[in-house]
Design a protein around this ligand. Structure first.
Ligand SMILES: Cc1cc2nc3c(=O)[nH]c(=O)nc-3n(C[C@H](O)[C@H](O)[C@H](O)COP(=O)(O)OP(=O)(O)OC[C@H]3O[C@@H](n4cnc5c(N)ncnc54)[C@H](O)[C@@H]3O)c2cc1C
Length: 301
């Protein structure tokens, strides 16, 4: 039985694993990939990547260390987790079984896709999912936000601070009666297209325009950056029957990354901790690992 199994190889999981190794815990990291969402970076004409805070030095260092330690990682997908005497049992897609006294769940959250022509082709080439990471790059450039909820309204408000024109393409109508919704309706550089559905992303080497339709009316909006800001889908299903989730399906954690189930800890985008950023995931992963270590000191291992 391992002391600790970390599930997820993004910044939160990698950091948790490295901390556990430093503490000489008998640890295994199980993940579909190493790097998680840090494997995606936005490319834009005339924009240097150093302008983005993405923690890549730390993530790359931790990833190469874990890659090197064969015994410390297993590339696979966890399909089930259940409680057993003295710990937890983890089953993977390839039929492997592992046991550990503690778990750190760092499985992240998946962005929702539009599923329209051009989306895959231009992904990360002018089209992106993370306004919170890239909005400040769009100084005096026209941008579009796709989405109807709070995330889209937040992205619109942030882009409106720098962008010369922001188009909010909101498929669902009647969602703007909130403090943020009312505020963006009053901004002179924001155009709101309610009830429009995106049908295509067009471009050449980069995304250049968004095609949106409402009934018979079709509009093609030329922009330099497009953000898909639909709600994130936390990958919490594997522990949904063991720990408490919030109304959006994120794992509830306290300030020390403890879930409602003793012995299970969580970190990063899969939790209810604000905000979805690499440096935050790194910090949360470190905390979760230290808390798991404290727990093991108490229960003995
Ligand atoms: C397109 C894009 C660009 C971004 N750019 C930036 C940026 O520039 N700066 C910034 O600070 N933030 C950025 N972000 C946000 C940032 O990437 C995330 O906040 C961060 O990666 C979250 O880390 P995480 O470890 O919690 O989750 P993730 O990075 O999502 O990693 C989750 C890990 O869990 C694994 N996993 C999931 N389910 C299972 C399972 N069942 N079994 C095994 N493994 C599993 C995945 O394979 C992955 O390894 C961006 C996000 C996106 C979508």
């Amino acid at each position: 039985m391992y002391d600790l199994i970390v599930i997820g190889g993004g910044p939160a999981g990698l950091t948790a694993a490295i901390y556990a190794i430093r503490k000489r815990l008998d640890m295994l990291l199980i993940a579909r990939d190493l790097g998680g969402k840090t494997n995606y970076r936005l490319a834009l004409e005339g924009v240097e990547t150093y302008q983005v805070i993405d923690g890549r030095e730390v993530v790359n260092k931790f990833r190469s260390e874990i890659e090197y330690l064969d015994f410390a990682h297993h590339l696979d997908s966890v399909v089930a987790v259940r409680e057993i005497e003295g710990g937890f049992h983890v089953e993977t897609e390839t039929g492997k079984h592992f046991e550990a006294r503690t778990l750190i769940v760092a499985t992240g959250a998946a962005p929702q896709k539009l599923k329209v022509p051009g989306e895959s082709r231009f992904m990360m080439r002018g089209l992106c999912y993370s306004a919170i990471s890239f909005a400040p790059l769009f100084l005096e450039r026209p941008t579009a936000v796709i989405g109807s909820g709070k995330l889209a309204h937040r992205a619109t408000a942030e882009l409106a601070r720098v962008s010369n024109q922001v188009y909010l393409i909101a498929p669902e109508e009647g969602q703007l009666d909130t403090p943020l919704g009312r505020r963006i309706q009053g901004l002179s550089n924001v155009t709101i297209l309610e009830g429009y559905r995106v049908t295509e992303i067009k471009g050449d080497t980069y995304a250049r325009s968004v095609v949106a339709r409402k009934g018979d009316e079709e509009r093609e909006i030329a922009v330099d950056g497009t953000f898909i800001e639909l709600d994130l889908l936390p990958r919490s299903q594997i522990v949904a029957s063991l720990v408490e989730l919030d109304e959006q399906g994120r794992i509830k954690v306290d300030a020390r990354n403890r879930t409602s189930k003793p012995g299970i800890f969580a970190a990063g985008d899969v939790t209810n901790v604000w905000a979805e950023q690499v440096l935050i995931a790194i910090g949360e992963g470190a905390k979760a690992s230290l808390t798991a270590y404290e727990y093991l000191l108490e229960v003995g291992s």
